[in-house]
Design a protein around this ligand. Sequence first.
Ligand SMILES: [Zn+2]
Length: 468
Amino acid sequence: MVRRAFAAVVLCALAGVSAAAAALPVKRPPLTWMRGDGSYTKASRGTHAVTTIVIHDTDGGSLDGNVWYLSGGHSHASAHYVIARDGSIVQLVHLSDIAWHSGNASVNAHSIGIEHVGDTYDPAGYTTAEYRSSARLVAWLVRRYSIPVDRTHIIGHSQVPDPNNPALLGGSDHHTDPGPYWRWGYYLNLVRHFAFPERYAVHVDTTTIDRGETLSGIVPWVVRTKRARRVEFLLDGQLVWSDSRRPFAFGGGRGWNTTNVANGTHLLTVRAIGTGHHIASERLVVDVANRNFALTTSAIHAWEKVKGVLRVRANVRGAHTGGIGLYVDGHIVSRDRRAPYTLHWDSRRAHDGLHRITLAAVARDGRVAKRRLPLVVSNDVRPKRPPLPPPEQNLADGQIVTGPLEWHAHTVGPIARVQFVVDGAVIATETREPWTTTWTPTPGSHTLEVRAFTRDGRQATVAATVSS
Ligand SMILES: [Zn+2]
C-alpha cells in the first residue's frame, strides 16, 4: 500500500514537469583531489558495481589530519571522500577503485565510503554545511550509479555486517559511526532534493492576470502553482502581499486595486516558494488605465438661490458606484443607491441664507468623488407679526379749527417716527415722544393724517377731515 501511494505521488510529480525539467542535470559539487598511495584496492568498477554508500565520521581530528591519515598509507584505512566541518570536500580514492572503509571486503567492493569530520558521540553533531555538501555529493552519486535514496542503500558504518560474525555489525572492528547524532531523515531529504530537483521544483502554472493586459478597477489576482508553500506578490519590485494558503491570492482574495497606482506600465512579479530553497518566479508587465472617477450633476450653480424642494440629478463616470449622497452643512439629507440618481432636499426645513451642499459618491474601488457648492436658500418665510394699532390724534373728523393750534398724536407699540401730514404734504417729522407739532390752518377743508412708522418699516395711519 505504501509503495503504491508513493509511486502515485512520484508519477503525479513527474507528470507535472516538462521534458526539460525532468532532465535537470545534477552536478558533482566542487572538491579537492588528494590521491593517496596504498590503503586501497585498484579496481575498475563500472556504474553497476556500486550499490551502496557508507556514511562514516572520523571520530575527531581535522580535515587535514584525517586526509593525511586516510591517504598516505599510515593506516590500513581509506575512504573515497572526507567532508570537512565547513563543507569542503576532499577526494582520496577514485570511484572506480575500492577504498578500505567499512571493515568488510565485500561491502567495500560495491560501496563508496564518505567520512565526515566529527565525533560519534558528540551531541553537537554535524554542521549544516557538512550535511549539505555531503548530500550534494551523494545526490550526484545516486544519479550516477542509480542508487535508491533509502536506508538500505545509504547506510551508516554501524550497519555494515562483521564478515567474521554476521550477528555483529560495524564491520570487523564493530564501529558505531556516524552515531546517534547523525540526522538521517534530514540528510536523506536533502539528498532527495539535490538528486531530483525536478520533483521538488516549484512552478507557477497560471495567474489570473495575463502579460500585457490592460487593467482597471479591482482585479482578481490568483496564482496556481505546483509545489509552492507560499506565494509572494510584488508590485514594481516591492513585496506587497504574501499568501501561505491555497488558493494563493492577492489581498486574501479581495483582488488588487489598480486605482492605488498611477496609470501606465507596472511590473507584477509572482514568486512561488517551495521546499528546500526552490523558487520560481513569473514576471508580468501590465498596463494600468483607470479613468478619473467624477461626479456630474444637473444644472445647479454655486450661489444659486433655491427655495422649496430642491431636486438634484447626479451621476458618476469612470467607475461604478454604490450610490450618491446629498449633504447639507455636513449632514446627509438624501441618498440614492440606484441610477438614475435623484436627490431631494426640502429647503424649507433650513433657515434662509447660505448653506453648503455636497454631493458625494464612493466608487466600488474606494475612490471618492465630491462636488461642493454654496447655495442661498430664499423661501422668504417671515414670522407673522401682529398688526400695528393705528395712532390717535387730538383733532377729530368734522371739527372746526382755528389756528395756530397744537396737534398731538398718541401711539402704541415700538414707533420710531411719526409724520404729521396736511393734504398729503408732510409738515413735520418727529422721532421722539411726545408726538406733537404746531399747525396754522388756512381757510377751507383740510385732510389731516398722522403716520406712525416702526423701525422695521411697518406703518399705521389715522386721518381726519377738518375745516377752518
Ligand atoms: Zn567508519
